[in-house]
Design a binder for this molecule. Sequence first.
Ligand SMILES: [Zn+2]
Ligand SMILES: [Zn+2]
Length: 137
Amino acid sequence: MDRINSSTIQAHGLKATPQRLLILKHIKKAGHISIEQLFEAVRREFPSISLATVYKNIDALLSTGLIREVGIVGGKHVFELAKGDHMHFICKECGSIIDIPQKGEILPESLMEKLPGEIKKVELNIYGICNSCKNKV
Ligand SMILES: [Zn+2]
Ligand SMILES: [Zn+2]
């Protein structure tokens, strides 16, 4: 998603409110952003907006598939614009979340055969120390 404008939102069946546009703009700018960070950013331009409104808009945007939620173990959920399949590398030091392109199936065939059910979705987060933190020591 290169450009975000009213028609991006309308194409997903939602009304393009200034709040939604602003929320998408900040998610795009941050790459990955928590609801609290998003609220702070949006509030600078919309001082009257409430956290509940941000939540409501996030729910609406999630339901259209425009954005997606990434769960982080031991951290806050973050939101990102929906894009192609990718994995996340999460730095335990600085908390940065780096997108890693993903091609094809993540799970080896040998494991897929042993699963006790049908896969609907696979999400992979890799936790580690990013190169810039590693080089700081
Ligand atoms: Zn780091
Ligand atoms: Zn991502």
